[in-house]
Design a protein around this ligand. Structure first.
Ligand code: SAM
Length: 269
């Protein structure tokens, strides 16, 4: 089998180039001041003014730079050379206090050389690209200052069980919940640039709530909040409806599924 991480990096390089000009990411609007951080993220992370913030899996930096607009001194990490190059260009254009590191998430601590953060943030579509959450949590614990805060908002692991292309009001189960194997997908376009014509193989990993929570606890972090939401920051099923608050919900008559979760955790003092 080809190296899944190398294949994913190649995919994300192509996607970064396609995404920066996409309607989905609306980079022009972002440059003009559009907020890319949603209410769940804002409330979970809290006031970042004057704080140092590390954004894991930052893609091409829109959300990282949004945290800088909120007054944080930010560092974004991503393994995509193209994503990081675009993030650096945007930083220069916007003249914000931001730095970007290009590396595999598991190598973050080596690149930080002892630098520690008040806040570590990651969200939406991040951890399914990572094979090992124990190592991920060790990176988080190693990069937080004593008493520092970690926040994640992600798609609910239960959601991964369903056929996400279904038009049915009650989505049918398609995938197992407890699947520790690497999952191989043939991509044609992306969630943000469906007509880009980019064809590639991607690899991802299913992570249960047990694994997510216990990886953080096992790394020595104290979970201070775990929340589940009946809405999602992005559309998952074609039947979903977008609310005035920007979140996507199941249509009327559909089951009340948990669509998203967030966790806040703290490093020991
Ligand atoms: C869906 S995006 C996250 C998007 C993010 N919510 C945002 O602000 O736009 C997932 C990111 O994870 C990155 N990624 C995937 N595997 C990685 C790895 N092993 N190490 C570092 N970054 C990785 C990809 O390059 C991509 O930018």
């Amino acid at each position: 089998m080809e190296d899944p991480i190398a294949a994913n990096r190649e995919l994300w390089n192509a996607w970064a180039d396609a995404h920066v000009g996409s309607e989905f990411y609306d980079t022009e609007g972002f440059l003009a001041g559009r907020e890319t951080i949603d209410q769940v993220e804002l409330e979970g992370v809290g006031d970042v003014a004057g704080k140092s913030l590390l954004h894991l899996q930052c893609h091409f930096g829109q959300t990282t730079l949004s945290w800088a607009r909120h007054g944080a001194s930010v560092v974004g990490v991503d393994f995509s050379e193209r994503g990081v190059a675009i993030a650096r260009e945007l930083t220069e254009q916007l003249e914000l206090d931001a730095r970007f590191i290009c590396c595999d998430i598991y190598d973050t601590l080596e690149h930080l050389e002892g630098e520690r953060f008040d806040v570590i943030f990651t969200s939406y579509g991040a951890i399914s690209w990572l094979p090992d959450l124990k190592r991920w949590a060790e990176v988080i614990a190693g990069a937080l200052k004593p008493g520092g805060r970690f926040f994640i908002a992600e798609h609910h692991p239960f959601l991964w069980m369903f056929d996400d292309y279904t038009e049915a009001l009650v989505p049918p189960f398609k995938y197992p919940y407890f699947d520790a194997n690497v999952l191989r997908w043939e991509e044609d376009g992306s969630y943000a640039a469906p007509d880009s014509g980019i064809k590639a193989t991607s690899y991802s990993w299913q992570h249960t709530f047990d694994e997510i929570v216990n990886s953080l606890v096992g790394a020595g972090l104290r979970i201070t909040s775990l929340r589940e939401y009946p809405y999602l920051a992005f559309q998952w099923f074609p039947t979903m409806v977008k609310g005035a608050d920007g979140f996507w919900r199941m249509p009327e008559g559909a089951p009340d599924l948990p669509l998203m979760y967030s966790i806040t955790a703290e490093a020991p003092e």
